[in-house]
Ligand binder design. Sequence first.
Ligand code: TXA
Ligand code: MG
Length: 323
Amino acid sequence: MKNLVIKTLTLKPDEIGQAIELLRQGEIVAIPTETVYGLAADATNESAVMKIFIAKERPSDHPLIVHIDSLERVNDWAQEIPGNAIKLAKHFWPGPLTMILKKKKSVSKVVTGGLETVALRVPNHKLTLEIIRTLGKGLAAPSANSHKRTSPTKPEHVLKTLYGKISAVLDGGPCEVGVESTIIDLTLQEPRIIRPGAITGHMIEAVLGIKISKKEDPFQRAPGNMAIHYQPEKPLFIMSFEEILEKTKAEPNAAVMHYDKIGNLSDALSFKMPKDKAGYSKTLYETLYKIDQSNANKILVQAPPRSEEWNDVNDRLEKARFK
Ligand code: TXA
Ligand code: MG
């Protein structure tokens, strides 16, 4: 396929019709969700889905999430719907939970990266739900960033790595959650969380009434499970508050992402994060984008708390860390 440079439109919410038309024609469009912006294609159109892999430079064996508008549509994609999937969908959809189920024969392996399973999610964003309903199709959509780069939570983040490679970005405002969805695999003997997100293991256990495995399977073929992912351009280091205080004396050009107060730090280098988990997640990627655009030469991150609630933030920072 030719690697053409295309003009990327930024569409306002009332121009949603154009986004729908482009998707109908087999083009790729970045769309807002409550977690991060996704790069969408009609999931039933293989050549449209292939454009996603080209634009992102994503390896073709990395599966995509199919976004649908309701639990009723799971039947179109999955061979069977286990009881646990119904319970979770009723409780958490629309919302930041992706479920891995056995795929129907009709689901293209271009979407599933060659796997016999399919990832499904109902996103909680008015505009994107309207697109899915109007098209009457599922939308295959990974995060709308170049492969291995930080996920976008605003249209301008999308344009930073994908301008000229996608047809449009639909502006749905900043993402509310800010970190990618929790992924749970329901095709195994026991449910297993393969990517932490805003919906925690405890929340899922409370709904299912069983203990679930949160251990990552190192053999699971999911790019989110690779050691390197979600990388900002500048090297990122995670350290204790005390280490940061020490380091900043020797590193006059390092940006500092901290939630405790630090004296003697210039405004240009101080990136103060909210102390509450929801606030921190919401601004995490935005802050990394801001630091990438600043004159700082590296990023020093004050290690967040280690409780389960913070698993998703710790997971993304660990993958963003300089290695
Ligand atoms: O919040 C989100 O999940 C965002 C928004 C746009 O919905 N999407 C997102 O997509 O983060 P992406 O492609 O960046 O990450 C999806 C993850 C990947 O790690 C992929 O390997 C995994 O989901 N995945 C997709 N299908 C899978 C499958 N059948 N089995 C195992 N993992 C799968
Ligand atoms: Mg991604």
